[in-house]
Write a protein of this length. Structure first.
Length: 230
């Protein structure tokens, strides 16, 4: 089945029906949990509404009361997980604003991001499926850009980078660490902890170029227009 495009003027899919009653909420949750398991176990090609409904113990007509197609299910899962990641990114920035050293704030935030992935093993398969779906790839990029904007705030206001450079650095940090943690889940099944350790080492070394650089760091006006040389 070819993925349907986003309707004009819409930035995301939305579920057909937001459940209000406890029974509907339970069914909605069961669909999402089952969908993630199917995606991890069988991949995107076998990820169908019929398969999800069958394993969730409901008929497909019931599934369609909540989601019009499998793309909506993917987005619902991803939006939930991304909300957790955005909250963690905001916590990192808020800690820095309170005076917590950037390394301490980032270390706690990184641990939280890794824990989110441990608890949601389908996250990497989900990102891969969205990247491979033309109608969803742009949405995935916008989610990651939203996270990058949060981190860029700290790079601009605390590290003193100009806003454009701060956004580029934040996007590089987000994309690099996300790709490495995806590899950790997809290729190593969370078994190789050295991937996590090396990802943290890389992330800290990269951001240290900006947070630890000499010079004024009073805020955006004291920023630089290019990364450090050398």
């Amino acid at each position: 089945m070819n993925p349907r495009p986003l309707p004009a003027g819409r930035t995301s899919y939305s579920t057909r029906r937001t459940p209000q009653q406890a029974r509907g909420q339970e069914t909605y949750e069961r669909i999402l949990v089952t969908a993630e398991k199917v995606l991890v176990r069988e991949g995107f090609k076998a990820f169908t509404t019929v398969k999800i409904a069958e394993e969730a113990g409901i008929n497909v007509a019931t599934l369609y009361r909540y989601f019009s197609d499998k793309q909506e299910i993917l987005v619902a899962i991803f939006e939930r997980l991304n909300a957790e990641r955005e909250a963690t990114s905001r916590d990192i920035v808020e800690a820095m604003h309170r005076g917590v050293p950037w390394r301490d704030a980032l270390e706690e935030g990184f641990r939280n991001l890794v824990d989110i992935r441990r608890q949601n093993p389908g996250m990497a398969a989900l990102s891969l499926a969205m990247s491979a779906t033309p109608s969803l790839a742009g949405l995935l990029r916008r989610f990651r850009q939203s996270n990058a904007r949060i981190i860029s705030e700290a790079l601009s206001e605390i590290a003193g980078l100009d806003p454009d450079t701060a956004m580029i650095v934040a996007q590089c940090a987000i994309e690099a660490h996300a790709s490495l943690l995806d590899m950790w889940l997809l290729d190593y099944g969370r078994q190789e902890e050295r991937i996590v350790e090396e990802t943290q080492r890389m992330l800290f070394a990269y951001l240290a170029l900006y947070f630890d650089r000499p010079g004024p760091k009073a805020g955006p006006a004291a920023g630089v227009s290019a990364p450090p040389q050398g």
